[in-house]
Design a protein around this ligand. Structure first.
Ligand code: ADP
Length: 624
């Protein structure tokens, strides 16, 4: 071979080997081939080609060549053995040529290991992607930019019972009749295919009751959109439990409404007859000349006990129904303790118990509802007196705890409560210990007390030792008051002639009011009406100074009569006090909102009701 020919072959980037067809040995190898195969150029010379080409296919080819057969191969991918023993992927072509009267087989080849590796990697990625798509329970479909389906996983086909993969573009058409809102779905698809970058969701409801969420986003290559991917997720279970929850919530609301209506009704029904019992008993007792006075007092005590029980049951039921609201005002605990001590003094004397108070010198400010805190304290104190031993002691104290709470505590020297019984104390209707048989009670007080305290961010607690006594307490976070106002005030009663109209259908309640005014306010005259229509007529004719109005009349509600009174020019200025057996805080609040000037509950507490009536008569109402 000439020097020029050598130089030309060596300059060539393609690897070239020349093989003699007679003995199948390499007669020429350029630099590129030596480099690729890991040999020195001279090492390749004279080497049998089978050292490089080891495959069976090659073996038969070269045998064929030696026997004067085919010498032509074009672009065949095969493996060559490297000098170090490993195999190299190459693409080779073989041609025969004649050089200086000698026939030679010329092999040209190049390394394709790199592209083979890339090919394998992308095959791996594709198989990984395929396995992932097929392993999910979500339906997945990939389309081109025109909506033709490129891939659809098995889950998708199963969801929609779709098997006809050949008509790939028909999938969405197949889905539509299964939806309860096919038109909206089509509109959503139109939107998606009009904007290749749009990401959007569609909640599908199927006619067979199933729910699926469609999610679609662009498939991009770099920034350019290539197609669309849809994933379809089964939300039937979630939707069903949401619906079940909604129904349960609606049922609970209906039950709670029914419960509060029942409470309000019960309250009214029980209070109306008690109004007559307690009212007349009070009149008998007030009359100092009446020889039956003491009997009146018995009726009052028993009636009040019954009223307390009704109130407790209703209070507990309304707190459980979430109907009881408390005020959140900055209040001082010390006057509450003094009030409570005063109120409990009679009971303490009756039970031969000594009552003490132990208060810090300064105010003890907390945030809460004074009336409700007093209720808690009265319950603790009455229990401490009730469940005490003869000649026992009860102390009401206020102290500051380590975590800056004010602790309102009632300690007694009673028989105490065992550890096991203490665990049940704050549960409704649980009465413990041996004394419960003899001592009157309902077992509601402490349960109500705890719930009440919770409404004001308070915590109740108990510590007791058998035969030594018990401590019951409630803790409220201490606060710093912004400003404090004293709310005491009393209406002065002047003996002026006044006329009252009482609109009430219950005859006993009418009689009771007549007797109260006869005995206690002889200078007030009273007119009576049993229906709303008669009441309105009398109000227009007589223009009374005050109207007492029952909230439930046979022909109208008190509220609607109030509206009529306020709309009428001659009656709109007359103050109107609601008088009703509905004693829930919510009822009272509603009535005041409606425009009643005050609210009196049945059974009437005469001592409290009269000042309110006096007060209403002492000013002229401006109307609404
Ligand atoms: P009631 O006093 O109406 O039964 P409570 O809920 O106020 O209801 O009290 C529940 C029970 O706790 C009482 O029946 C009584 O057994 C027990 N108890 C409450 N306070 C005391 C106390 N200071 N000493 C002993 N036992 C008490």
């Amino acid at each position: 071979m000439t020097l020029l020919a050598h130089n030309l072959l060596d300059a060539c980037a393609t690897a070239i080997l020349a093989v003699s067809p007679h003995d199948l040995r390499i007669v020429s190898a350029n630099q590129a081939s030596a480099l690729l195969l890991g040999y020195a150029q001279h090492d390749l010379m004279g080497r049998p080609i089978q050292d490089i080409e080891t495959g069976l296919q090659e073996h038969f080819f070269w045998e064929d060549v030696r026997n004067g057969g085919n010498t032509h191969i074009s672009q065949l991918e095969t493996d060559y053995r490297h000098a170090q023993g490993y195999f190299l992927s190459v693409c080779k072509s073989v041609r025969s040529t004649v050089w200086e009267d000698q026939t030679l087989c010329v092999i040209s080849f190049y390394d394709i290991s790199q592209s083979k590796r890339i090919e394998r990697e992308s095959a791996l990625t594709a198989s990984l992607l395929y396995a992932t798509l097929e392993s999910t329970a979500d339906g997945i479909v990939v389309t081109d930019l025109d909506g033709h389906i490129r891939h659809c996983n098995a889950a998708m086909m199963q969801i929609w019972q779709w098997s006809d993969t050949r008509q790939s573009e028909a999938l969405f058409e197949w889905i539509k009749p299964q939806l309860s809102h096919a038109e909206e779905f089509q509109h959503w698809l139109d939107l998606l295919y009009s904007d290749p970058y749009l990401e959007s969701q569609f909640a599908a409801h199927l006619l067979d009751g199933r729910f699926y969420d469609f999610n679609s986003q662009a498939q991009r290559l770099g920034e350019a959109p290539e197609g669309r991917i849809f994933s379809v997720h089964d939300t039937t279970a979630i939707k069903c439990s949401e619906a079940a929850l909604r129904i349960a919530h609606q049922k609970a609301q209906a039950a709670s409404r029914a419960k509060s209506e029942f409470l309000s009704h019960m309250s009214h029904e029980l209070r109306t007859p008690l109004n007559a019992i307690l009212g007349f008993a009070q009149l008998i007792y007030i009359d100092t000349d009446n020889p039956q006075r003491q009997l009146g007092n018995y009726i009052i005590n028993a009636g009040r006990h019954l009223l307390d029980m009704i109130n407790e049951v209703l209070d507990l039921a309304s707190i459980e129904a979430g109907k009881l609201t408390v005020r959140h005002e900055t209040i001082d605990l010390t006057p509450i303790v003094r009030d409570c001590c005063e109120l409990m003094q009679n009971l303490a004397t009756e039970k031969n118990t000594q009552l003490f108070i132990d208060l810090p010198p300064n105010c003890c400010w907390v945030e809460g509802d004074a009336r409700r805190i007093k209720q808690i304290l009265l319950n603790f104190t009455s229990n401490a007196i009730k469940y005490n031993r003869p000649a026992g002691r009860v102390t009401i104290s206020i102290s500051q705890t380590q975590n800056n709470n004010w602790r309102l505590m009632v300690s007694d020297t009673g028989l105490g409560i065992s550890q096991t019984d203490q665990a049940q104390l704050f549960m409704a209707f649980s009465r413990v210990g041996e004394q419960q048989e003899e001592i009157e009670g309902t077992g509601i007080g402490l349960a109500f007390t705890r719930k009440l305290a919770q409404l004001m961010q308070g915590t109740v607690g108990v510590k007791s030792q058998l035969d030594i006594g018990s401590d019951f307490w409630v803790d409220f976070p201490a606060v710093t008051p912004a400003a404090h106002q004293s709310s005491s005030g009393s209406a002065s009663t002047e003996a002026k002639q006044r006329h009252i109209l009482y609109i009430e259908d219950d005859l006993l309640s009418q009689k009771l009011m007549s007797r109260i005014l006869e005995q206690q306010r002889a200078h007030y005259t009273l007119a009576l009406a049993s229906t709303a229509a008669a009441g309105l007529l009398l109000a227009q004719q007589q223009i009374p100074d005050l109207i007492l109005l029952d909230r439930h009349l046979p022909d109208a509600t008190g509220a609607s009569l109030l509206v009529q009174l306020r709309m009428n020019e001659t009656t709109r200025h007359i103050p109107v006090i609601a008088l009703s057996g509905d004693a829930l805080a919510e009822d009272i609040h509603q009535a005041i909102q409606l425009g009643f000037d005050a609210y009196l509950t049945k059974p009437l507490d005469i001592a409290k009701a009269l000042p309110i009536i006096d007060n209403a008569l002492g000013y002229t109402h401006q109307g609404i």
